[in-house]
Write a protein that binds this ligand. Structure first.
Ligand SMILES: Nc1ncnc2c1ncn2[C@@H]1O[C@H](COP(=O)(O)OP(=O)(O)O)[C@@H](O)[C@H]1O
Ligand SMILES: [Mg+2]
Length: 256
């Protein structure tokens, strides 16, 4: 079982999008048992991104009231088990994120056949973000190719080093190929991290959020979805399973 935190220095770079889509691809294409957990408790979005509208029991309840983990699972059609956080401000009362690690440990013990637990962390390196990081063993950094955002990653790396987390590397999201963007080698030089995934900017990602259907489900053959497949392949060390012929035919229009 691998527990991976997905982190960034700044918000809005694509962490939640990555957790949702990577989780879906790992479960549906790579046939892994996956749990995704919204550890961004102050501004939780993961449930919304995955089309989960009703979630009476959340991570907040597991941490605060010792609710059963099974009651906070919402199974996405891909097979991913989602543990959302509460959208209600009052559910933050008395919630101590210091207990997140013991909660994740409990989930690991109760669901030992899980292959991947992905933690959608809060941005930065405040108490909430660090609680997510220290509940994981490995870390995947997410940035966009702009100077200040990349510089913030350097601080995250220092924090992760102190926590002795294994680094998977850096995902560069929303690449448009503009001349004001940092190049891959500039980003690798600044962060001293290998870029393990590069994902293009595409309005369909935003559209899929609006429709509450992640891009890897809405348009599984588009460029961004293929890039997410490649990330899943890198993480698992396996090849992307071949698409069925019928899927390919029906997916022809995804490319455009
Ligand atoms: N590759 C992409 N192309 C276009 N828009 C994207 C892409 N990745 C994410 N987005 C959009 O950017 C916004 C922020 O993404 P989100 O995953 O919520 O970031 P974070 O979790 O880091 O705050 C969302 O509106 C999302 O739809
Ligand atoms: Mg987010």
């Amino acid at each position: 079982m691998r527990v991976i935190s997905i982190v960034s220095g700044k918000g809005g770079v694509g962490k939640t999008t990555t957790v949702a889509n990577l989780g879906i691809v790992l479960a549906s294409k790579f046939k892994k048992k996956v749990i995704v957990i919204d550890c961004n408790i102050t501004t939780p979005h993961l449930g919304l991104y995955m089309g989960i509208h009703q979630h009476p029991i959340t991570l907040n309840n597991i941490i605060k009231d010792n609710s059963k983990v099974a009651d906070a699972f919402y199974t996405h059609p891909s097979g991913v088990k989602v543990i959302p956080s509460s959208l209600s401000l009052k559910d933050l009362d008395g919630l101590d994120m210091l207990h997140l690690k013991s909660t994740i440990d409990k989930i690991k013990t109760e669901y030992p056949d899980t292959d991947y637990i992905l933690l959608d962390c809060a941005p930065g390196f405040g108490r909430e973000a660090i609680a997510g990081m220290r509940s994981s063993d490995e870390i995947l950094y997410v940035t966009i190719p702009y100077f200040p955002v990349v510089v913030d990653i350097v601080k995250c790396v220092r924090v992760a080093e102190d926590l002795e987390l294994r680094s998977i590397g850096l995902l560069v999201n929303m690449k448009r190929g503009g001349k004001h963007e940092l190049t891959h080698s500039e980003i690798e030089n600044i962060t001293e991290l290998p870029i393990v995934s590069s994902i293009s900017f595409n309005h369909d990602v935003f559209k899929s959020l609006h429709n509450r259907i992640p891009i890897s489900v809405a348009k599984p053959f588009c460029k961004v979805s293929k890039q997410i497949d490649a990330l899943a392949a890198f993480i698992t060390g396996e090849n992307v399973p071949k698409d069925k012929f019928s899927d390919k035919v029906f997916g022809l229009f995804d490319k455009y």
